[in-house]
Design a protein. Structure first.
Length: 325
């Protein structure tokens, strides 16, 4: 009994000394690369499994020793504190599933003989049983010109996949996590533009799939969208002046017409709406202009976000009226 007390005291001392060291090593090791997963290469304790960093809950634990040990002990330095357990007595191997709680874990495997620790090896794992939480996908209704986005919360994202198309012709594309995704208030925001020209004028369905390193999969809601990949066609436009008033007249070919916007880069820079609907493909609008130079930009938009621009219509307006420059 006295011998066992001394052995336990030695273990407590060893664990206590390593607490601070293990906490630092845990963070640096877990966030490091996949290389050096089993930290002590020259150890006589061979850790065969786990062979990955990430698991959902239970993971395989397979260990081999060069010789028998009185006790094979596991010490888990996780986010909830340090826990130790004897895996087996008088053994030279261990092979069984093992459970750890959610979070980061830096784990020591120690072999003890005659009350002394004769060797150890270490590994680290992340237990992640939760799939990504998808908070927003866009667009949700109406039209698409090829831009899709998803916002989600997931610390260990492995892959974000966009699925889109018609039911008998679905496409898949993996997003570039470095270039297509940015940090957002709710986690990550990923945006991808795809060419929908083959679906122009059709209705498509799309959704996102998010996979983390533990294999958890989250799938967003599916949304139906009309595809409009064609720019509005400006068949003709003209304008005439009367004093400091300019009347604009347009003929537009666009079945999903949204609006015509005017921007004055030489005067009032605020956007002004010229038309919100067409009458037999036509629109006419008269605007008043202040004295001075005016550099006009006119944008024709459809409901999918496609646009056509008329740039640099330049006028000079005075008390005598507006003249084109």
């Amino acid at each position: 009994m006295l011998c066992n007390i001394h052995i336990m005291e030695k273990r407590v001392v060893v664990v206590s000394i390593l607490v601070i060291v293990l906490q630092v090593v845990m963070l640096s090791s877990v966030m490091g690369s996949m290389e050096g997963h089993h930290d002590m290469i020259n150890s006589s304790i061979q850790i065969i499994e786990p062979s990955r960093h990430h698991y959902q809950s239970t993971f395989p634990l397979s260990i081999k020793l060069n010789e028998n040990a009185d006790e094979l002990i596991i010490i888990d330095n996780g986010e909830g504190g340090i826990r130790s357990k004897v895996l087996c007595y008088g053994c030279d191997s261990y092979n069984s599933p093992y459970d750890l709680k959610e979070g980061y874990h830096f784990v020591q495997i120690q072999a003890w003989m005659g009350g002394e620790k004769i060797d150890e090896n270490t590994f680290h794992v992340i237990i992640d049983s939760k799939k990504a939480k998808i908070t927003k996908t866009l667009p949700r209704k109406g039209f698409s010109n090829g831009e899709f986005s998803v916002e989600f919360n997931e610390e260990f994202t492995k892959e974000v996949i966009l699925r889109y198309g018609i039911y008998n012709d679905m496409k898949s594309i993996s997003l570039d996590l470095e270039n297509d995704c940015d940090e957002s208030q709710r986690g990550k925001l990923c945006t991808k533009w795809v060419n929908l020209s083959e679906f122009d004028g059709m209705q498509i369905v799309y959704h996102f799939k998010i996979i983390d390193h533990s294999g958890n999969v989250a799938i967003s809601k599916k949304y139906m969208l009309d595809v409009d990949n064609t720019k509005p066609e400006i068949k003709s436009y003209e304008y005439f002046t009367q004093g400091r008033k300019i009347t604009f007249s347009f003929e537009i070919k666009e079945k999903n017409f949204k609006e015509i916007i005017l921007e004055d880069n030489g005067g009032d820079s605020r956007q002004k709406n010229l038309c919100r609907k067409l009458n037999l493909y036509s629109c006419k609008k008269t605007m008043n202009f202040a004295e001075g130079d005016h550099d006009l930009k006119i944008t024709v938009l459809d409901k999918a976000g496609n646009f056509e621009i008329i740039n640099h219509l330049k006028f000079f307006c005075s008390d005598e009226g507006c003249v084109e420059e």
